[in-house]
Write a protein that binds this ligand. Structure first.
Ligand code: AMP
Ligand code: MG
Length: 483
């Protein structure tokens, strides 16, 4: 039965066996659609209008596979908290690559679809709460204009999964420009098969950086481009206070999209040391450690492709090292630009960086909310008395003086700020509240939060309770790896 207009073109399945295992999802007992992203379906030209709910549930659980899909689990490796491990899709299955009418290519992947040869000790399954969490946060990131994988559907499986408790099982349909990770390169590099490494580089270039096809220095140029995209990505995370939480090299996409929403969360009050993940004991993936970890991950990527950068290993290492070493400079320039955008500053003044770090220091000392401080500066109302403190008013005066040398109108300043400072982010307690209700079968709150998060830069009718950090609890918020 083919009632959906899938246009599959499964190039990944045509790569050699080393790259993937051809395997089907394990059927589930009683699939039931929980949430479906109609807008996203439309965006990728997927017409599901001929389906009833039963058919939709069967398709997005993997019980009813599209005719032209060639399902597979991808092989990859990764440094997890610094330790190298062979991994692979242990609970995900790629349905294939769907082409929209403009020939844009999207990986369609099920997460929680059963065991594969990469499952190790795992059950291959996922629980409803974490899959809905990925749905909410990834869609929020997309609306924030941050490159990300997206979420098309969540289906309950009608089966329980065994975690600390028995939980409702679910499958997420994830859409990505690809699932090639730093860890994919690490996997192929570890097999020391230079032909496969060449194949992966060509495949990646075709898919994400086709402009490099004519390059004489493909591997070197690819490294350069990946550095640029990863740097832009982490800058975006720093802009909105996003903490990925598990930046292992297998969770870093070569396309520069945010991928794998496990223990991620948004920071409320500004503290560069913020860590939410229960397993990140030493703060390896703390807010302010995200840029150096991005560099570390890029260095692992560079190591994989060194053999193809130049015939002379020494020279190749030198070229790669120079690029990686330059990450810090590139990052700092981009960071300064991004922070100036947040403050609506045009042009360049020698004290700009100090003005910014002074504000961040003030926020840290006063436990000021990262999002709302910028909102306040954009003229949003706030009842918070900290913005009446003298030390803040002194800083604000300096900012206003600096703003005069913008040589531009106040309206232009605010316009720039509004493009860069979200008014609403997925507040941890609000997300939790919505998920708890959804797990009990009530989707009202999740629908509401999703509708607010769709338009994070405009102030249309967002209830104020969605804009403030948890007023009740100073207890540290903790997240757990998506299970
Ligand atoms: P993650 O922490 O989600 O990035 O996953 C790390 C690795 O563990 C990946 O290879 C996953 O496929 C695998 N994995 C996570 N959960 C499960 C599970 N329930 N069953 C099998 N493999 C899993
Ligand atoms: Mg992962």
């Amino acid at each position: 039965m083919n009632k959906v207009n899938w246009k599959f073109d499964n190039t990944y399945s045509k790569l050699s066996k080393s790259f993937r295992e051809l395997i089907k999802p394990t059927p589930v007992h009683n699939p039931e659609i929980v949430i479906f992203n109609h807008q996203l379906a439309e965006d990728i030209n997927l017409d599901i209008s001929k389906l009833n709910n039963k058919e939709l549930s069967n398709i997005f659980s993997g019980n009813d596979l599209p005719k032209n899909s060639k399902t597979l689990a991808q092989a990859y490796a990764g440094h997890q908290f610094g330790h190298f491990t062979m991994l692979g899709d242990g609970r995900a299955i790629l349905l294939g690559e769907h082409l929209d009418t403009k020939k844009n290519r999207y990986d369609i992947q099920f997460k929680g679809s059963g065991r594969t040869s990469f499952s190790r000790g795992g059950d291959g399954r996922a629980a409803l709460g974490p899959m809905l969490r990925e749905y909410v946060i990834s869609e929020a990131m997309h609306a924030l204009n941050i490159p990300t994988t997206r979420s098309l559907a969540v289906v309950k499986t009608g089966e329980k999964v065994v975690r600390e408790n028995l939980l409702e099982g679910a499958i997420l349909t994830r859409i990505a420009s690809s699932h090639i990770r730093v860890g994919t390169f690490q996997f192929i590099a570890a097999t020391q098969n230079i032909e496969n490494l060449n194949t992966l580089i060509d495949y990646t270039i075709n898919r994400h950086y086709p402009e490099l096809n004519i390059s004489k220095f493909k591997a070197f140029d690819l490294l350069n481009m990946v550095i640029e995209r990863q740097c832009n990505l982490v800058i975006n995370w720093m802009r909105v206070g996003f903490i990925h939480g598990v930046m292992n090299t297998d969770n870093m996409s070569i396309s520069g999209e945010t991928i794998d929403y496990g223990p991620c969360a948004f920071m409320d009050h500004y503290d560069p040391k913020t860590v939410f993940s229960s397993i990140d004991k030493y703060g390896r993936y703390a807010f302010s450690n995200q840029p150096p970890i991005t560099k570390w991950n890029l260095a692992r990527f560079a190591e994989c492709i060194v053999p193809l950068i130049d015939k002379s290993e020494d020279y190749a290492i030198k070229l790669a090292t120079d690029l990686i070493d330059n990450f810090q400079n590139v990052y700092e320039d981009k960071w300064l630009k991004m922070m100036k955008n947040k403050l609506g500053l045009f042009g360049e003044e020698k004290n700009d960086k100090k003005l910014i770090t002074d504000l961040l220091d003030w926020m840290e000392k006063n436990k000021a909310d990262y999002t709302n401080t910028f909102c306040y500066l954009m003229g949003e109302n706030s009842n918070d008395d900290i913005y009446k403190k003298n030390n803040f008013l002194e800083w604000k005066h300096k900012w206003e003086m600096r703003s005069k040398s913008n040589n531009s109108s106040k309206e232009n300043q605010i316009k720039l700020m509004k493009k860069n400072n979200p008014i609403i982010i997925p507040r941890n307690h609000k997300v939790e509240e919505a998920l708890t209700e959804a797990e009990k079968g009530n989707l009202e709150k999740i629908t509401k939060i999703l509708s607010f998060l769709k338009d994070p830069y405009s102030n249309k009718e967002i209830t104020s309770e969605y804009k403030i950090p948890n007023p009740e609890s100073n207890k540290k918020y903790q997240t757990y790896c998506g299970t």
